[in-house]
Design a protein around this ligand. Structure first.
Ligand code: MCN
Length: 808
């Protein structure tokens, strides 16, 4: 008997393959040597953060044996006119008064170290790299603008025509926050900084293209979070119809935001080269390139003014922040808009004003990185809550609870516009219950006794927490196609791509439940435009909500058709049928009753008027058609084939939430920071697979630990990235992540989608820095009226230096 798989910790079907080294990534595509073997591309990148290109001399390269092409910007127009224009600006916004995107190859200036300047295509990567070294570029070096402060000072400009280096300024207001702050019984101000970091998937970017001159079609394999997005960009830029481009996304070794469709210059240059040269072409990014020529995020400086009453209730919250978006704005204002609309978390201040400036610097561009603007906003809000509590001498959880939106206030309308342009309305949640669960899970009330006990032994321990709300499952749509094959197995195609989230498992769970088939009989294919040409992509924790709903609806359609055909075949009423383990039967009939059941494979055979039978004796396939020639073998109005297809498009986003607490120990001598306990309570609505959700939270917390204690982009003042390798960029390994992250779930189903799901993929990373700052501060007993830890990440040496500063 099939049991419901929704909510079960079903083992991931993907893992056997991955663990045995059988994953097939973009670089594994087209590896066979031969006459038409794949050519390899290498890119010449700018060594300067800011310079004018005076001259490029490629003459030496052309003589190198094995080189097939060398291109600079000047060559692009001749290869495809649209390539002469800058790359697309993906999410324009009216406030983005000075949006700029880069060219696939730099036109007459470079604006960050790593910007693509020329492309070489050669027999192999070695020859291509050597040839890149022979290109001579004459640069006129200009002063570089690095960091928010330099951008605001604007002594130098990144783009001559962008005054003040300011790409945008946006103010959103609910009520009169400055007046509410001024009139409040108590006021505090905080300055808070989060440094730049980056996604760092283990597989970098990669693209392979093959042009078929017989059919005029392009086949592109690329490591992306949106195969349909890449297809659209490539079609436009190469002057092709959408239908001429197939994008296939093989296994993707992590994305975390950096592989959301840009498109990357290489994703255009590689297919362009494949078409021009009539040979397949491949580009695989190396780690140094990933550091200097993909994307970063997080860099933000924030100023908070808050007014509150004796209970700690926020009467006015006035926030101003400065976002470092790097040299170009391919994603418009998406990251700072997310900060500004998600900063409020589970709270309802009396009045709220948020203003931000998005600034140009001569550094790598920004793409949304897991959490996307929310860790910064959460840091601002949660540090503010801590500061209020300390000022009033109250428990840090008490002040938060005093500000929560209450369970009976949903749907809660913040009277603001969300990042997707829709109203910012929270659909469901229960923040007081969540806080109680967290306190129990981490042992909040018992902690003071433990802290005193430790102090008696000369040890410093501290506890901190962070709360957040996250808009997930944004539209506009996602689709699914469910096909019951004549074998009885079910093939499911979803349009978005998968980077390790376990989609093949969770969507198979949903189909097995809805269609009544065995889990192992369902196979899910993702990210192949040949199978599902219309889709959006995997980002913003949207797959479970969007594709999950679409898969559920498509399976429902397939099931309806199964029942129509089976009812006809069994001469029974549809309402009397059930599907269990892939067999349709009349409810209540004895299992062996003749004519009372039919398996899904046979139903699939019946769904197609044109059938073949295999004759064992003659070993031949015979075509035959069953039934009355005038009557379709499937029900009236039905198309042949046993398929269900549907799209899901929600009214607005659904709001997941979570609360984290961490206990740390800081060494009195060395200032080393050790994690003693990490606890998470999480609400992603109805959970499809708790094991996968917990895995997602673990991964997010690991990245959050990186952003709290280790990772930063160390630029010098000339715009050189000094730590562009894993030797110097400290990513937490398994040794830095605590073993048993304690997790508890709270399920407040979303009323906005059929299964009540909310997203979970970014949850772990959002409140981590806020929780660590509070915990370290508590361990150091530096609690005071204004938060003493104001910048993240914090290293032992920075904590040591902080100890030397006088307490207020
Ligand atoms: N899930 C569930 N029940 C829910 C919600 C989610 O079982 N109520 C499951 C989903 O079915 C899915 C996983 O949890 O298998 C994450 O779901 P979701 O929140 O919908 O997020 P997405 O699948 O859209 O993944 C995107 C999200 C983002 S935005 C980043 S960044 C990120 C992340 O996922 N990048 C990742 N997790 C990652 N995990 C890996 N291994 N690699 C990445 O690059």
């Amino acid at each position: 008997m099939t049991t419901k798989l929704m909510g079960q910790p079903v083992q991931r079907v993907e893992d056997q393959r991955f663990l045995r080294g059988q994953g097939r990534y973009t670089d594994d595509v087209l590896t066979t040597p031969g006459d038409d073997a794949v050519l390899h591309a290498a890119v010449l990148r700018s060594p300067h953060a800011h310079a004018r290109i005076v001259d490029i001399d490629v003459s030496e390269v052309l003589d190198v044996e094995g080189v097939h092409a060398v291109w600079t910007y000047e060559d692009l127009e001749g290869l495809s006119p649209a390539m002469a224009a800058p790359l697309p600006l993906l999410i324009p916004h009216p406030a983005l008064s000075h949006g700029r995107t880069q060219y696939a190859l730099a036109k007459d200036e470079v604006n960050y170290v790593g910007e693509a300047v020329a492309l070489v295509v050669a027999d192999d990567r070695y020859v291509a790299e050597d040839a890149v070294g022979l290109i001579r570029v004459d640069y006129d070096i200009l002063p570089a603008v690095v960091g928010v402060e330099a951008a605001r000072e604007a002594r130098h400009l990144v783009h001559d025509d962008v005054p003040g280096n300011r790409g945008a300024r946006l103010v959103q207001e609910v009520g009169d926050a400055p007046a509410a702050v001024a009139a409040a019984p108590h006021r505090l101000e905080l300055d808070l900084t989060i440094e730049r970091s980056a996604c760092m998937p283990l597989e970098g970017r990669g693209t392979v293209a093959r042009w078929d001159p017989d059919t005029d079609r392009l086949q592109l394999w690329t490591s992306t979070q949106s195969s349909t997005g890449v297809r659209a960009a490539v079609a436009v830029k190469l002057g092709l119809a959408l239908g001429q481009v197939d994008v296939i996304t093989p296994d993707v070794g992590g994305g975390f935001g950096v592989k959301i469709v840009h498109p990357w210059p290489e994703e255009l240059l590689v297919p362009l080269a494949a078409r021009a040269l009539g040979r397949p072409v491949k580009f695989t990014e190396d780690r140094r390139e990933h550091f200097i020529s993909s994307a970063h995020e997080r860099g933000q400086v924030q100023h908070v003014e808050v007014g509150f009453d004796d209970e700690g209730r926020v009467l006015g919250l006035d926030v101003e922040f400065w976002h470092d978006h790097g040299a170009y704005t391919p994603y418009g204002l998406i990251v700072p808009i997310i900060t500004s609309t998600q900063l409020l978390g589970p709270y309802k201040p009396g009045a709220y004003r948020v203003a931000f400036e998005s600034l140009y610097t001569n550094t790598v561009i920004v793409t949304p990185y897991r959490g996307a603007g929310r860790p910064q906003g959460c840091f601002a809000m949660e540090r503010t809550m801590d500061a209020i509590a300390d000022y009033l001498g109250k428990d840090r959880t008490e002040v938060r609870a005093a500000n929560f939106i209450q369970p009976d206030e949903f749907p809660y309308d913040h009277q603001m516009v969300f990042q997707d342009g829709r109203p910012l309305v929270y659909d469901s949640g229960d923040y007081p219950a969540m806080l109680e669960k967290l306190k129990a899970l981490v042992g909040w009330d018992e902690f003071p006794a433990f802290q005193a006990e430790m102090a008696a032994e000369g040890r410093q321990v501290g506890i901190g927490l962070g709360c957040y709300v996250e808009g997930t499952g944004v539209g506009p749509y996602e689709g699914a196609h469910v096909h019951v094959e004549t074998s009885g197995k079910v093939k499911v195609a979803i349009g978005l791509t998968t980077q390790g989230q376990g989609h093949q498992t969770v969507f198979a769970q949903l189909v097995a439940d809805e269609l009544g088939v065995k889990f192992e009989d369902v196979e899910v294919v993702a990210g192949d435009t040949r199978r599902m040409p219309y889709a959006v992509g995997t980002f913003a924790s949207r797959a479970a909500v969007m594709s999950g709903s679409a898969v559920h609806l498509a399976a429902k359609r397939a099931k309806e058709k199964v029942l129509r055909i089976a009812a006809d075949a069994l001469e029974a009423d549809e309402a009397d049928l059930q599907i269990v383990d892939g067999v349709v039967s009349v409810k209540g009939a004895p299992p062996d009753a003749v004519g009372a059941s039919i398996d899904l494979g046979t139903v699939s055979v019946l769904s197609n008027p044109l059938r073949y039978a295999f004759d064992e004796a003659s070993k031949a396939a015979t075509q035959f058609s069953v039934g009355d020639p005038g009557k379709p073998p499937v029900a009236e109005d039905d198309e042949p084939g046993l398929e269900g297809k549907d799209f899901y498009s929600p009214d607005r986003a659904t709001f997941a939430s979570g609360m984290h607490a961490v206990i740390v120990e800081t060494d009195p001598q060395t200032a080393e920071i050790t994690i003693l306990k990490y606890a998470v309570v999480h609400d992603c609505g109805t959970v499809i697979n708790p094991m996968i959700v917990e895995g997602q939270i673990h991964g997010g917390v690991a990245q959050g630990i990186g952003g709290s204690l280790y990772e930063r982009m160390a630029y010098d003042s000339s715009g050189q990235l000094l730590n562009a390798s894993f030797m110097d960029f400290l990513m937490p390994y398994v040794t830095e992540v605590p073993d048993g992250i304690a997790i508890d779930h709270l399920e407040t189903p979303s009323p906005l989608n059929p299964l009540g799901i909310k997203g979970a993929g970014e949850a772990g990373v959002i409140p981590t820095a806020a929780a660590f700052a509070g915990a370290i501060e508590d361990a150091e007993r530096r609690t005071r009226t204004e938060a003493s830890i104001t910048a993240m990440p914090i290293s032992p040496s920075e904590l040591y230096a902080l100890r030397q500063t006088p307490r207020q």
